[in-house]
Design a protein around this ligand. Structure first.
Ligand SMILES: Cc1cc2nc3c(=O)[nH]c(=O)nc-3n(C[C@H](O)[C@H](O)[C@H](O)COP(=O)(O)OP(=O)(O)OC[C@H]3O[C@@H](n4cnc5c(N)ncnc54)[C@H](O)[C@@H]3O)c2cc1C
Length: 387
């Protein structure tokens, strides 16, 4: 096998890095994952993720983790309400949605990010993940790389695989292309269900997408009952600085919300009044659709490090995990005679696929933040208008 006697460093322990580590360990590869989080108990932020049949679930199936996933996913969490700013319901699939049906294209089971990470971590050999390893730089040495971390340690690897997310510090070793700002900010918050009883009564364990005045509120209920939510709107890239807001001060953020979302019903206020702080402003980026770079024999990228995926098509984690599946196959399937050939085959296919998904996601983002967002999103959801 091409990677026999090859030490592999995966930098970043998100969905991409951990899935790849699992898939490679199943082929007896020598893998370490260097993750900046201090330990396995670090809180994983963000909304639940829906897994798609031909990408995220395909990778889990190949990783022999589908049965474990079935114990961990959240039945019913994919049920969706579409609302306007007055919290009137225009679409609901709570009654219509078919039962769980693994293997069916339409079935997109949801899992919280923390349990997904734990499931992947538990599948790895002990000591695979080197925590508190914040990658800073690397230099070429003996055909491979010496990696340097913030805690003062260094490590050698024959092959480095960057899975360090949207702001990858490794991408510049391969390409000068930088993420492009989409024009959209998602302000992330989290609130317990007890502190947001009116929204809790509506969401019933699923998701809400609310559209009004070219702005959105997007919510998903997590396994512990908390409501993870995003206020999503168009603003300049440095809005978090220009707004002058202290994101640890919920009264300031509530005041901002009441002004910026002034046409919105006061039912939404409880999200902000009672949120845990700090709120996290997330400017949304993507990579150019037609990226290319010269393949190296000892370095490649996957997941958001390769193709920062805007979240408007729910493809980010799915594309990241499909990258892991395709890269692991190219490295282990005996089709290629050199690492460079194997990496090149993976990169060509990955860039094309990611470009298509990015375009779809950007188009959805525009649709969701347009004046006619509600109408077009209802059409998009196959016109299933129920009220
Ligand atoms: C607001 C928002 C909502 C989203 N919603 C969805 C959704 O519903 N569905 C979906 O599929 N996708 C969604 N996404 C996209 C999804 O989160 C990403 O596409 C996915 O997490 C990418 O996985 P990854 O493993 O490549 O990167 P990440 O999940 O970003 O993981 C990167 C890992 O690398 C570590 N790391 C970073 N820098 C370093 C460093 N220098 N050294 C060492 N370690 C480092 C990080 O701590 C992290 O563990 C959303 C994204 C955003 C911003």
């Amino acid at each position: 096998m091409l990677i026999d006697n090859t030490s592999i460093a995966i930098v970043g322990g998100g969905p991409a890095g951990l899935t790849l580590a699992r898939l490679l360990q199943l082929k007896n590869a020598n893998v370490k994952v260097y993750e900046r989080d201090p330990n396995k108990n670090a809180r994983v932020q963000g909304s639940p993720l829906d897994m798609h049949e031909n990408s995220g679930l395909a990778a889990l199936r190949k990783a022999d983790l589908l049965e474990e996933f079935k114990k961990t996913f959240r039945p019913g969490a994919d049920k969706t309400l579409i609302m306007n700013e007055q919290a009137e319901i225009f679409f609901s699939d709570h009654e219509l949605k078919p039962e769980e049906d693994f293997g069916a294209e339409h079935f997109r089971p949801e899992i919280d990010r923390g349990p997904l990470r734990n499931m992947l971590l538990e599948s790895l050999h002990p000591e695979t993940v080197v925590w508190d390893s914040h990658f800073l730089s690397m230099e070429a040495r003996q055909g491979g790389w010496i990696l340097h971390f913030k805690n003062g340690t260094s490590a050698y690897a024959d092959l480095v695989i960057a899975a360090d997310g949207a702001h990858s510090k490794i991408r510049p070793y391969l390409t000068e292309m930088k993420p492009i700002y989409s024009g959209i900010i998602m302000l992330e918050g989290n609130v317990s269900k007890e502190a947001a009883p009116h929204i809790d009564a509506l969401i019933k364990g699923g998701k809400i997408m609310a559209f009004g005045n070219s702005k959105n509120i997007l919510l998903g209920q997590k396994g512990n009952g908390d409501l993870g939510f995003y206020a999503s709107f168009k603003a300049d890239e440095n809005w978090s600085v220009h707004s002058g807001l202290d994101f640890s001060d919920k009264m300031q953020v509530l005041k901002w919300f009441k002004i910026e979302y002034s046409e919105w019903n006061s039912i939404w206020d409880e999200l902000f009044e009672n949120a845990q702080t700090p709120f996290i402003p997330r400017p949304i980026y993507s990579m150019p659709l037609n990226q290319s770079w010269e393949t190296k024999p000892n370095l490649t990228l996957l997941g958001d490090a390769a193709h920062v995926m805007p979240p408007f098509a729910g493809e980010g984690a799915n594309m990241a995990m499909l990258d892991s599946l395709e890269l692991s196959e190219c490295l282990t399937n005996h089709t290629y005679s050199t690492l460079q050939e194997a990496i090149s085959a993976y990169e060509i296919k990955m860039r094309k696929r990611a470009g298509i998904a990015t375009q779809e996601s950007l188009e959805n983002g525009e649709r969701m933040h347009s004046e006619k967002a509600l109408v077009s999103m209802l059409k998009f959801f196959n016109g299933h208008i129920t009220s």
